[in-house]
Design a protein around this ligand. Structure first.
Ligand code: ATP
Length: 237
């Protein structure tokens, strides 16, 4: 079966900085795939290139058999691709419900938007309790849930999650990882960028290790986990 996402020889540059240097990987439908590596390894740049937020300097990105390399984010959302960005990036002066609505901008059918709201509220009851509250007044963990919830509003086939557990209290981190497995059970395919190596490999099917903008390791999550020492070797921990 052809992969849902296929990235070939991807390069991303910011001026003279070569952030991603010839990355290849694929994600099959239904998988959770973890992307691990130190700060600056090129993980966010890779996700952002897939999501159309930064330009692919070279290489190709195929999604569901279609070349999406040069497509803009607003074109990608209706195709079934959504990103929950690093650093939460919610709209602080909008309510929780309005933030969620922003994630459904490509959904024209009002009933579908209502269903999406219901689905997100059932995943995150706290967001329902706070739906009229301004997003800027939520706790860090709640803002993170809102960012993930917003990405889910378009009903994505592939969800790109950039460091969803960053800066969260341990209990909330547990909830975030549990949520990711629930989403997988609901047939959402997930690309997960994380600093939390152990937890990511626990829930992931496979993983890729990035360093210096290149893939330096790949394999089944269980194999990567048993290799051990990953955090020391690759993350400079
Ligand atoms: P982090 O976990 O810190 O986000 P990362 O693995 O996601 O790390 P990237 O954020 O993709 O890595 O960064 C890769 C390289 O590109 C780094 O050297 C970084 O400094 C550089 N970089 C990232 N964004 C920009 C930008 N907007 N302008 C210039 N350089 C950038």
């Amino acid at each position: 079966m052809e992969p849902l996402l296929k990235v070939s020889s991807l390069h991303v540059r910011y001026g003279a900085v070569q952030a991603v240097r010839g990355v290849d990987f694929e994600i099959r439908e239904g998988e959770i795939v973890a992307f691990l590596g130190a700060n600056g390894a090129g993980k966010s740049s890779t996700l952002n290139a897939i999501a159309g937020l930064v330009e692919a300097h070279a290489g190709t990105i195929e999604f569901a058999g279609r070349d999406i390399t040069d497509l803009a984010p607003e074109t990608l959302t209706p195709l079934g691709l959504a990103l929950s960005p690093e650093g939460r990036r919610v709209f602080p002066a909008l309510s929780v419900a309005e933030n969620l609505l922003m994630g459904a901008y490509s959904v024209k059918d009002k009933t579908k938007v209502k269903d999406a709201w219901e689905r997100v509220y059932s995943l995150f009851p706290i967001l329902h309790d706070r739906k009229d509250q301004l997003a800027g007044t939520l706790s860090g963990g709640q803002q993170q849930m809102l960012a993930v919830g917003r990405a889910l509003m378009s009903g994505p086939r592939l969800l790109l999650l950039d460091e969803p557990s960053l800066g969260l209290a341990p209990l909330i981190v547990e909830q975030v990882f549990e949520l990711i497995t629930i989403l997988r059970d609901q047939k959402v395919t997930i690309a997960l960028v994380e600093q939390n190596v152990a937890k990511s490999l626990e829930i992931a099917d496979r993983g890729y290790i990035l360093s210096g903008g290149q893939v330096v390791g790949a394999g089944a999550a269980s194999d990567l986990m048993s290799e051990g020492g990953l955090e020391d070797t690759f993350l400079g921990a």
